[in-house]
Design a binder for this molecule. Structure first.
Ligand code: ZN
Ligand code: ZN
Length: 271
């Protein structure tokens, strides 16, 4: 194991996840991870498709996390985070939520585009895949600059998981005009770029974002990354972390960030 902290995972506090927090923590300890950060979904006013409520009760969440920390004291470092979904009309409320509660770590993620959900194939029906991807990046660039209380940009090219051809026609080069502003903004504002190994799980052969996007981030001077599996079940914790670590080392990354009380600590990639 080369990466010892998983900083993107869910439990049954997230609307699309059934796994109790204890099972996630037990699996993480069994894998030999040093720490995990729960990052539950807060997608306010999510488009109603399957009637999933992507919000959680923060008071209950922090109480549960306190108990869990006590149970795993000395065995596993447990941190408390959130994954804030970005939509234009919910940014202010999401920021207020993140400010009001003492999260260690906050991921900013775009799951929806103009009120629609690309997770479902119907999103792409009758539409040009390339234009859908461009639109996703345009909206992301617009929204991320209007949200304040976050530490890392989650699964930056998330939409390629779900397109009809997935990443067959996708590359940094092909979308450079859309991706460069996002990477430059992260660097200028001191935010991190997440390396989400869910892309391997989705059969992309790449994390999200893809290796050539990560290479471009390095080229522009980007150094700050966080790493997460986006696991919703215990078996996907730290998914393909060895593969991600090898890729990151090859691209010239030496450290990844973990967050405690909102402050970044750099951890070496142990190769
Ligand atoms: Zn997400
Ligand atoms: Zn997630």
């Amino acid at each position: 194991m080369n990466i010892l902290y998983d900083y993107h995972l869910h439990s049954d506090f997230s609307g699309d996840c059934e796994t109790p927090v204890e099972l996630m923590a037990e699996r993480a300890a069994a894998l030999g991870l040093r720490g995990i950060c729960f990052t539950e979904h807060l997608d306010l006013d999510a488009p109603v498709i399957e009637n999933i409520d992507f919000t959680f009760d923060p008071g209950l969440y922090f109480r549960k996390m306190q108990n869990l920390k006590e149970s795993f004291q000395g065995k596993l470092e447990i941190r408390v985070g959130a994954e804030l979904g970005m939509q234009p009309h919910t940014l202010a409320a999401a920021d207020e939520f993140a400010a009001r509660w003492p999260f260690d770590f906050v991921i900013a993620s775009q799951h929806y585009v103009n009120g629609q959900d690309p997770y479902y194939p119907s999103y792409f029906e009758g539409r040009d895949e390339r234009r859908c991807y461009e639109e996703f990046f345009e909206v992301q660039y617009n929204l991320m600059r209007r949200l304040s209380r976050w530490n890392t940009l989650g699964h930056m090219d998330y939409i390629v998981r779900y397109g009809p051809a997935q990443n067959a026609d996708y590359s940094f080069e092909a979308y450079a005009d859309y991706i460069d502003p996002i990477l430059r903004y992260l660097i200028e504002s001191g935010k991190c770029l997440e390396v989400n190994t869910g892309g391997f799980k989705y059969g992309l052969g790449q994390p999200n974002p893809a290796a050539d996007v990560l290479a471009r981030y390095r080229e522009l001077g980007g150094e700050l990354i966080t790493v997460g599996s986006d696991a919703h079940t215990p078996e996907y914790l730290a998914y393909d972390f060895d593969r991600a670590a090898a890729l990151l080392a090859q691209l010239g990354f030496r450290y990844y960030a973990v967050f405690r009380d909102g402050t970044a600590c750099m951890v070496p990639l142990e190769i």
